[in-house]
Write a protein that binds this ligand. Sequence first.
Ligand SMILES: *[C@@H]1O[C@H](CO)[C@@H](O)[C@H](O)[C@H]1NC(C)=O
Ligand SMILES: *[C@@H]1O[C@H](CO)[C@@H](O)[C@H](O)[C@H]1NC(C)=O
Ligand SMILES: *[C@@H]1O[C@H](CO)[C@@H](O)[C@H](O)[C@H]1NC(C)=O
Ligand SMILES: *[C@@H]1O[C@H](CO)[C@@H](O)[C@H](O)[C@H]1NC(C)=O
Ligand SMILES: *[C@@H]1O[C@H](CO)[C@@H](O)[C@H](O)[C@H]1NC(C)=O
Length: 421
Amino acid sequence: MGEMREMMDTLLCLWAAAFFGVTQACPEPCSCAGKKYGRQLAECAYKDLQAVPVGLPGNVTTLTLSANRINSLQEDSFAEVTQLQSLWLAHNEISTIGKGTFSRLVQLKNIDLSHNWIMDFPWGDLYNLTALQMLKLNNNRLLKLPWEAFRTLRDLRSLWINDNNMAAISERTFDSTSSLSQLQIHNNPFNCSCRILWLKKWLENTSVSIPERDSITCAAPYHLKGVSLGKIPLLNCALPSLQLTYQSNLDNTVLHDGLTFMLHCSITGTPQPEVRWKIRTSSQGVEINGPNVEKDGNDLPAESFKQNKEQFLVFKNGSLAIPKFSKQYEGTYTCQAVNEVGTREVSVNVALASSENPAEDILRNNIQAGKVGEDPSKAEEKIVIIYHTPTMPKTNSGGNQRDPQLWACLLLFGLRPLFAF
Ligand SMILES: *[C@@H]1O[C@H](CO)[C@@H](O)[C@H](O)[C@H]1NC(C)=O
Ligand SMILES: *[C@@H]1O[C@H](CO)[C@@H](O)[C@H](O)[C@H]1NC(C)=O
Ligand SMILES: *[C@@H]1O[C@H](CO)[C@@H](O)[C@H](O)[C@H]1NC(C)=O
Ligand SMILES: *[C@@H]1O[C@H](CO)[C@@H](O)[C@H](O)[C@H]1NC(C)=O
Ligand SMILES: *[C@@H]1O[C@H](CO)[C@@H](O)[C@H](O)[C@H]1NC(C)=O
């Protein structure tokens, strides 16, 4: 008799579900309830769930999935519940979150993903979540936080990213979060180099409440290990500044071996910047990161220029040489200096004048082109023109036919060195 009764109940239940449609259903382990002010709850905490249950009512606004064993979230995990305002997922085993998992949940105000195993978060999903007020990602394994992650979150009040594996937070990260009132960032293995100095200063002066300041500590460098960020000495950090000058071997007016053109980039900055050259000609774009010639100083014999296979020789002292300068090397030469504090660069246009293409024409064409530079970090482009006139060799007695000697003269426009401070 009892069994019969149970079967009837089940049938009735199935019939009811079919009749009222899936929206009314509540998945088996969860309990669903309507609340005041249009809130609709689905409560599925402590149920040993390994995935987000399917069949949730479409109008759920609060979904509680805390303390389960969910290990991944995908783009369709919350496809049924796009009205969500609060999503509680703390204390699961989430390690992977697919791109797009949250991007359609545009009503979300609160997300708690704390105490999971997240290494990589789909930060781009946050871009859509302009209503977000609380984001908890603490006690995960996050390594990186892109500076633009929160750029649309103007209502974000509470952000918890403490107890993760982040070595740095970039300077512009909190520029847009104008409503931020609580920020937890302690217990991350910060690398206390020049890159983090802004955070020390920001912490000293911000009105945002920042708990556990003594636990905002350095993990590197070694001598600052365990020291709190507020107590580290002011590091000596300076943006690179650079100066570009040029020289050529044109003081010998007769050039048997062609024209060697040389640019010199002298650089200062703390820590010592690395130098890169970027060369753009009509036929090629070349990037040279660091020296490609071992020798340094002024003791390089002229022979080595001839033997070298490289078209562009970059020396440790900051010089770039083009051993056989010709028309094909016309273009823009950029010296770039990079250190932890930032990047600066300065460029020069190099053009070769000849009788078919006189210096006045080049100048006229390039001065207009040179006005484009909008990037304030780039110094204005200047033009160096090398005037190059091949002449027939004056041979005495018709001896061996030699390569034509090259007569050259250097016209320098904007003779001052180029600076970028
Ligand atoms: C959600 O849908 C269920 C079933 O249709 C309904 O009973 C409930 O009132 C709805 N809740 C809200 C907040 O609209
Ligand atoms: C949310 O973002 C996705 C891309 O990630 C986009 O296709 C969608 O239109 C966005 N939705 C809203 C409401 O902005
Ligand atoms: C810390 O940052 C500096 C400068 O960027 C870098 O050279 C160093 O390798 C970093 N240390 C660690 C442990 O990541
Ligand atoms: C500290 O913040 C105030 C405004 O909140 C600002 O006027 C002041 O310049 C800041 N000081 C420093 C050292 O940044
Ligand atoms: C840098 O080294 C090269 C090769 O020795 C040399 O030709 C050049 O003059 C040096 N530049 C400066 C500015 O000393």
